[in-house]
Write a protein that binds this ligand. Structure first.
Ligand SMILES: NC(=O)c1ccc[n+]([C@@H]2O[C@H](COP(=O)([O-])OP(=O)(O)OC[C@H]3O[C@@H](n4cnc5c(N)ncnc54)[C@H](OP(=O)(O)O)[C@@H]3O)[C@@H](O)[C@H]2O)c1
Length: 256
């Protein structure tokens, strides 16, 4: 879809790349000539598609597992990134999940901490650790995955998750101003309802069908619908004058 050399000689880091949106983003970066350090999720022993294993054998992909539910896991991942790449052209902070649906009056401290640590704190920790390597690149970009729920508040039981995504959206806007003098752009992709394992876990088929009917384009989204937005926001030749923005990918589910 994009030019096969769009990201030639570019070092790209994608978190949450073992499945879903992050996996498709990784596939498309590899198709455009990037070297990708792909965070494949929590487990190192997981089945991965052939394209990723082939790219690993060719040393175009570097596969790293890490659990971001603890600060040590995020720091260990950052150390692996920095021992692989001395400069980073693109950082995609995409790992995240709802963790569970927690009614506001029953939410425990542990559940609150788990949702915030993964979706919010780990983004800050990883970004902080990688900023020097991003500054070392010519025209680097950070793209953070947020969510339609950052604007709508989401559905019952997702209050802390939705608020964490709103935190990341606002953090990204602040960071865009702060890093602009270093030539680093910061933007977000905000998916609507995307058919990945995410909704298999947290939404019933009935809920998904009701959502589908309410979407102006009359279908749920796919990872393939989302991935081009990450590449667009990462490429200085396509979006060099775009920073501090949130790109909504939702079939018109939210128009405002
Ligand atoms: N699907 C949607 O409708 C939707 C809508 C809005 C926003 N989003 C956001 O889009 C991003 C990608 O979601 P997806 O739909 O592609 O979901 P997914 O298929 O469930 O993928 C989530 C990714 O995050 C990783 N992850 C989860 N918990 C982790 C932890 N404790 N430490 C490290 N990695 C962890 C997963 O690794 P494991 O394989 O180890 O679990 C996986 O790679 C997430 O940030 C999500 O919040 C999704």
């Amino acid at each position: 879809m994009f030019h096969p050399k769009l990201f030639e000689n570019r070092n790209v880091v994608v978190t949450g790349a073992g499945r879903g949106i992050g996996l498709e983003v990784t596939r498309q970066f590899l198709d455009c000539g990037a070297k990708v350090l792909a965070h494949i999720g929590r487990e190192s022993e997981r089945s991965l598609p052939d394209f990723l294993l082939t790219a690993e054998a060719d040393r175009r992909a570097f596969l790293v597992a890490a659990d971001f539910s603890k600060g040590e896991g995020t720091q260990a991942f950052a150390n692996k990134v920095l021992s692989t790449f001395d400069r980073i052209d693109v950082l995609v902070n995409n790992a995240g999940t709802m963790v569970g649906r927690f009614p506001a009056d029953q939410l425990t401290d542990e559940q609150y901490d788990a949702v915030v640590q993964l979706n919010q704190t780990s983004v800050v920790e990883l970004t902080r650790a990688l900023i020097p390597a991003l500054r070392a690149a010519q025209a680097a970009a950070i793209v953070n995955t947020v969510s339609i729920s950052a604007l709508t508040g989401g559905s019952p039981g997702s209050a802390i998750y939705s608020a964490s995504k709103a935190f990341v959206a606002t953090y990204s806007k602040a960071l865009a101003r702060e890093l602009a003098p270093s030539g680093v752009r910061v933007n977000c992709v905000s998916p609507g309802t995307i058919e990945t394992d995410f909704h298999q876990r947290y939404s019933s088929p009935e809920k998904l069908e009701a959502t589908r009917k309410s979407i102006p384009l009359q279908r749920l989204g796919t990872a393939e619908d989302c991935a081009p937005a990450y590449l667009f926001l990462s490429a200085p030749s396509l979006s060099g004058y775009v920073t501090g923005q949130v790109l909504e990918i939702n079939g018109g589910q939210l128009i405002c």
